[in-house]
Design a protein around this ligand. Structure first.
Ligand SMILES: [Zn+2]
Length: 138
């Protein structure tokens, strides 16, 4: 079940640990929620299934990934594109994002660009209580 309550989704998620994520079975739950959602999404943050923790799972172009306490440390470029959100059924919004980012996940430094960078910024926004409808660019 994916949360759609705006007040709930506007809260800031708290840091978590690998142990807590595993104990709650978050990867399994996020994967299942994505399968049964109103449309096929490419990522979900824990808050979207009712757990305001800084964790997200994604499936992009056949590759699964996770974000554990992610933090963006560098951004390059700018890009505006339409985004959807599994918590906001049937609403596509133009959102401005950095084109390329350098970020920490589980304390490790990584880099992403294009769609993956957009997805990561979308999920981190969820962890900060920000939805696409809060930052439409058009
Ligand atoms: Zn979303």
């Amino acid at each position: 079940m994916i949360a759609t309550d705006k007040n709930f989704l506007h809260q800031i998620s708290i840091e978590t640990t690998r142990k807590e994520v595993d104990g709650l079975g978050l990867v399994f739950k996020l994967r299942e929620a994505n399968k049964t959602a109103w449309t096929k999404g490419c990522g979900l943050a824990a808050i979207q299934i009712g757990m305001p923790l800084r964790f997200a799972w994604y499936l992009l172009e056949g590759k699964e990934g996770q974000l554990l306490n992610p933090v963006i440390i560098n951004k390059w470029g700018e890009d505006i594109a339409q985004e959807g959100c599994l918590s906001i059924p049937c609403n596509y919004t133009s959102v401005k994002r950095a084109y390329e980012i350098e970020y920490l996940t589980n304390g490790k430094k990584k880099r992403a660009r294009g769609l993956l960078a957009r997805l990561i910024q979308h999920e981190i926004d969820h962890m900060d209580g920000i939805l696409i409808i809060d930052k439409r660019a058009d």
